[in-house]
Design a protein around this ligand. Structure first.
Ligand code: ZN
Length: 375
């Protein structure tokens, strides 16, 4: 198994597959999955969908085939494989494929694995969004992204992309006392928004609302007082809030500013939102994965909550089922020039996935679907 697993991963890493250019890797992975015993098909956006096993429960496994752009040549050094996509996320994806193929040969496994290799996760999440529109019928879901073999990612923060436009009367820059400066006004609003959230020291970064000023523009000429400015603010939302709640609070701050500054015209618009997501820690999915990590690695599992957002946010809300993110590799190496995976960790994670599938099917068939609802 070891050799076969390492070969599958190195072959996947040998195929350059930036978002939007997944055709080659898709046909390769479809071919490999067929050889491993999956029933395989491809959908209209290019996702590869494989099924092994039958009966209940249905466990949905999902990983992405694309990487960020930027070729990073494949090289193996001692126990590490360096390549674009080694951790994000061909390592986790290959581990899932191997584990599902292995588990389907176990007579003790009574269940079905629906394994989907999606396109364009690093771009528009086109693959995952398409799956959601088609409807995913499963009882549990695991998303393949690097969490480290001994960790489980159970939550991601949400996000609001806010755009704020300020307009003022203009005049010559030699008379700044006569007019309001739209760039300065933007910065005043930004400061008030930033100060409206509790300071980070009072909360863990995961549980805090944070805001980051990401883009500012304005001003026409060096001799003209800026009369229009545009700024973008990236607000991150923890699971105890919805994006609407946080936006409403932010809007109040802006309304107060407007009341105090009647000469400044302020317009806000939401460019994009993603809801935060956190799985119920008491779900059988988290239990099965934690106990498998303990069994394989002889260590307790660590539950991670991430300050970023992932496809799990989209999937978690669209599908009414427990979902976690798990996979080998250090996510700090995502998108870096040093991206690599440790082979032993990759192999361990195959065992963890496999044990998890077995345990989950066992728990599900023993307890029925009780306890399988989201809190
Ligand atoms: Zn990824």
């Amino acid at each position: 198994m070891r050799e076969q697993a390492v070969r599958l991963l190195t072959n996947l890493l040998g195929i350059y597959s930036p978002s939007g250019k997944e055709e080659l890797i898709a046909s390769f992975i479809a071919y490999e999955m067929k050889k491993l015993g999956f029933e395989v098909g491809t959908d209209s956006v290019g996702n590869v969908i494989g099924v092994v096993g039958e009966g209940e429960p249905t466990i949905f496994l999902c990983g992405h085939m694309d990487t960020v752009a930027g070729h990073l040549p494949l090289r193996v050094e001692e126990d590490k494989i360096y390549a674009r996509g080694a951790v994000d996320a061909k390592g986790p994806l290959a581990a899932m494929v191997m584990a599902a193929a292995e588990v389907s040969k176990e007579p003790a496994f009574k269940g079905k694995v629906l394994l989907t290799c999606v396109v364009e996760e690093e771009a528009t999440s086109r693959g995952v969004r398409h799956l959601i529109t088609q409807g995913i019928h499963a009882d549990y879901a695991i998303f393949a992204e690097p969490s480290g073999a001994e960790n489980i990612t159970i939550g991601y923060k949400g996000q609001i992309q806010l755009k704020v436009i300020c307009k003022t009367q203009t005049g010559h820059s030699s008379t700044p006392w006569l007019y309001e400066n739209a760039l300065e006004k933007a910065y005043e609003i930004w400061s008030q928004i930033k100060n409206s959230y509790p300071p980070l020291e009072e909360e863990s970064p995961f549980n805090a609302v944070t805001a980051c000023l990401t883009k500012v523009s304005g001003g026409r000429a060096t001799s003209v007082i800026p009369f229009e400015s545009e700024m973008y603010i990236d607000i991150r939302v923890p699971p105890q809030f919805t994006t609407t709640q946080v936006f409403d609070e932010t809007q109040k701050v802006i309304e107060q500013y407007k009341a105090a500054n009647p000469k400044v015209e302020v317009k806000t618009s939401i460019e994009d939102t993603v809801e935060p997501f956190e799985v119920n820690k008491n779900s059988p999915l988290v239990h099965a994965l934690s106990s498998s990590i303990r069994k394989v690695l002889d260590k307790p599992a660590t539950l991670l909550r991430k300050t970023g957002t992932g496809d799990m946010n989209i999937l978690g809300h669209a599908m009414n089922m427990p979902i976690v993110t798990y996979g080998p590799g250090d996510s700090h190496l995502d998108h870096t020039l040093d991206e690599h995976i440790v082979i032993s960790e990759y192999l361990d994670s195959i065992q963890v996935y496999k044990e998890t599938l077995l345990k989950l099917a066992e728990l599900h068939n023993k307890n029925g679907k009780q306890g399988n609802q989201q809190a």
